[in-house]
Design a protein around this ligand. Sequence first.
Ligand SMILES: [Zn+2]
Length: 214
Amino acid sequence: MKRSLLKNLLFLLLLGINCIAVGAQDTQQLPETSYGPAIDPAKGYLVAEIDERLYWVTDGLYNAMFLVYDEGVIAVDAPPTIGENYLKAIAEVTEKPVTHLVYSHSHTDHIGAAGLFPKGIEIVAHEDTKAILERRKDPRIPIPTKVFEKNHEIVLGDQLLHLTYHGKNHMEGNIFIHAPKQKVLMLVDVIFPGWAPFKNLGIAEDVPGVYGGP
Ligand SMILES: [Zn+2]
């Protein structure tokens, strides 16, 4: 992804599958904007600043982002395909500890590595996500410690993450994660920049919700 794209007025961070297997012939016909960044295979991930100490980390398939404030780090999602590399990516850019973790939604392919983060941190999610995780009892995924129904702001130092819930879309509890200073909106498994929606609209549980938005 080009740097210029990262600074667009509204950067829609792709948090779903952004690489779909296609034949070589088909690949040649794809627009340049459909490709993700080149990942060093020896390293296995890429970390880059979007703006103002907001970073994204990707393995070329899944993505997450983290926001650095004066005393720590707010991580958003923890895809198991990135796994331990998430901690390496954070350590590349700051020595500050992870103090907060946000779950975009309850699907394991986006938060299954949450247990890698330090115990005792604040974990924020929509109340429906917490209810699902309590039923699931997955030992890899800590239960959220802070939930909300419609709106929640994480304000730390001079950084802000605004979390909102606009109803069911991809699934119940899937939230909008907005960093207003950086003009970044993260909406997982709904927006696929450069691509048509994934098969079955990314297994959307509520199609009007996917198209309705806020
Ligand atoms: Zn999902």
